[in-house]
Design a protein around this ligand. Structure first.
Ligand SMILES: Cc1cc2nc3c(=O)[nH]c(=O)nc-3n(C[C@H](O)[C@H](O)[C@H](O)COP(=O)(O)OP(=O)(O)OC[C@H]3O[C@@H](n4cnc5c(N)ncnc54)[C@H](O)[C@@H]3O)c2cc1C
Length: 549
């Protein structure tokens, strides 16, 4: 194919991803200098369409960015009024009292929000300041300058045919060049992954760790709805098969967010995270709450869990990684939005100062210094041993040891130092022959649903004629390696039913990728034991269309 030439547009800062990190960066840049040219590119059909987060929001990020946010018509309306934590058994529960928990775990003063709606509102604030925001624009490639620096991105390429050649409605997209490019793609960003590999940014750091978060929105019987109530659970149904737990948040409109996180370092390749979530809703405590209600939305997204010791170097020439593209989730608090916002603010301040000095396309070392020396690292450092303790010694040890460590860290020290995570989640996957298959009950269609029925409630859409955006490095591996060794776990770990092994009489098994179902959670890119799946961005506007997630 002849070399592609595209129109180019020049900006001061190009921001990839309209999540809390990217939007905070955009807002802060324009607060600092209204004349800066700032553009935000978002692959979702609208801002918020791909945002899936609990969420209990710690407002410290917004307080720093927009101190008057309470008077700015934000959709942040539901303060947390009750905070419950239960250890579940199959039929019962034990309430863990709040008093032994370190203060950082307290949810009072926090808000239950739809982060999708918060992002929609932040986008309005940003546009009001003069930021250009283009939804429906996937950034599919990085543009490098002569010295190997990141110079910009390619965005908006549309209309490729399924074989990757230009189709009849082909649009080549354009190059957007910036003095600095911010990658705020969220967890396992596809461009961030390229930058981390190219500049070896993870060198000397612990591997990043992840969970898979799945979430449904339910409208429930108003008599059972308790606005502002937050409930977290651990234990059943995962037991010792995997780390993880649930959240149930009561938000406005008689809605509850029912979510379930499975740590992706589980060993048993027969584990089926989606079915664990469905099974969880049959616990008497949850079933009683949901009975008579209806599920109105479903979605899934990976969540970064490596924390403090896994944050890669976050700057390279011309580029900075923000928010969960670095991995800034405080795991025991299940909160990352506040750090995403703080990182956006810090990156903006570093870029503003650099541009003011006449610099461009170099490393924003001041941004990295602020993250590692400021509020974000302080938040993450206190909890850095909870995840490794859980991975190595299980739930109870993590509750006791992790709780103790969080307390001592509250007073500025740890007896454990900084524990390592060890393996990647992909490498943690064990061989199928060493583990028993797990029998999951069939969904009843009332409280629990099969995957494809639920995916319809993510309102996911992909143009079928485009190339599959889930690339296999070696097409033979799913059947030749993953099937005999790991019972091809992609069939189970994908929460959207994208991957199937089809066996027809008299024929060899086939690996089928239903990319149209993909909800952009990135779990396949993370958990495939052979690290053979590369998640790339499909064309803009495709993917889920989350309402008020
Ligand atoms: C199930 C679940 C529950 C959670 N609960 C909470 C909670 O209660 N409280 C809390 O504080 N945090 C919570 N988190 C964590 C929180 O969601 C993240 O920390 C936060 O979303 C990180 O923000 P971000 O801006 O870095 O990325 P994101 O919010 O993921 O935003 C990234 C944006 O970039 C876009 N994008 C990505 N790649 C491209 C590309 N190549 N081109 C164009 N656009 C692109 C995406 O579509 C998306 O809109 C939860 C996470 C999960 C998965």
């Amino acid at each position: 194919m002849a070399e592609m030439t595209r129109e180019a547009m020049e900006y001061d800062v190009v921001i990839v991803g309209a999540g809390p990190a990217g939007l905070s960066a955009a807002i802060r840049l324009k607060q600092l200098d209204a004349d800066l040219n700032v553009v935000v590119l978002e692959k979702g059909s609208e801002v918020g369409a791909h945002i899936l987060s609990g969420a209990v929001l710690d407002p410290c990020g917004l307080d720093a960015l927009l101190p008057d946010w309470r008077d700015m018509g934000s959709p942040i309306k539901t303060p947390v009024t009750a905070d419950n934590f239960y250890m579940l058994g199959e039929g019962g529960k034990i309430r863990i009292p709040n008093w032994p928990m370190p203060p950082l775990m307290n949810n009072h003063g926090k808000y239950i929000v739809s982060m999708a709606n918060v992002c929609r509102w932040m986008a309005e604030v940003a546009e009001g300041l003069g930021v250009e925001i283009f939804p429906g624009m996937s950034c599919s490639a990085l543009v490098y300058g002569d010295k190997g620096e990141v110079k910009g991105v390619v965005a908006g390429e549309m209309g490729l045919a399924s074989d990757g050649t230009p189709g009849p409605n082909y649009e080549p997209g354009m190059e957007l060049h910036g003095k600095y490019v911010f990658l705020s793609e969220g967890v396992r960003g596809s461009l961030a992954k390229e930058v981390i590999a190219k500049y070896d940014l993870s060198k000397g750091k612990e591997p990043q760790k992840f969970g898979l978060g799945m979430k449904e929105i339910w409208e429930i019987d108003p008599a059972k709805h308790k606005l502002g109530t937050v409930t977290h659970t651990m234990g059943w149904p995962l037991g010792s098969n995997a780390g993880g737990g649930s959240f149930i948040y009561h938000i406005e409109g008689n809605q509850v967010y029912v979510g379930f996180v499975v740590h992706l370092n589980y060993q048993n390749p027969h584990l089926y995270p989606y079915m664990e979530f469905q099974r969880f809703k049959h616990h008497p405590m949850v079933a009683e709450l949901l009975k008579g209600g209806k599920r109105v939305a479903y979605g899934a997204r990976a969540i970064s869990e490596g924390g403090y010791q896994s944050m890669p170097k976050m700057v390279a020439p011309g580029v900075a990684l923000l928010g969960c593209s670095v991995g800034m989730v405080n795991v025991p608090r299940i909160k990352g939005n506040h750090n995403a916002m703080l990182s956006g603010k810090a990156a903006a301040e570093a870029a503003f100062a650099a541009i003011g000095e006449g610099r461009a396309s170099d490393e924003l070392a001041a941004y990295e210094a602020e993250v590692r020396g400021g509020a974000i690292a302080a938040d993450l450092k206190k909890v850095r041993n909870v995840k490794p303790l859980w991975s190595k010694f299980g739930l109870i040890a993590s509750l006791m040891g992790g709780g103790f460590d969080m307390w001592t860290n509250t007073f500025g020290f740890s007896l454990f130092g900084t524990l390592s995570h060890g393996k990647t989640d992909a490498a943690a996957t064990g061989k199928a022959r060493d583990f028993a298959p797990i029998a999951y009950p069939r969904p009843d269609g009332v409280l629990s649903f099969d995957r494809l029925t639920n995916v319809a409630f993510s309102f996911t859409n992909h143009e079928e004629s485009q190339p599959c955006h889930l690339h296999l490095k070696d097409a033979s591996i799913p059947i030749a390696v993953n099937l005999p060794e790991y019972a091809e776990p992609a069939q189970r770990y994908c929460p959207a039913g994208v991957y199937e092994v089809v066996t027809e009489d008299g024929k060899d098994p086939r690996f089928v990728i239903n990319f149209q179902n993909c909800v952009h959670c990135k779990t396949c890119d993370i958990k495939d034991p052979s690290q053979n799946i590369n998640w790339t961005t499909p064309q803009g506007g495709d993917g889920p269309n989350y309402p008020n997630m």
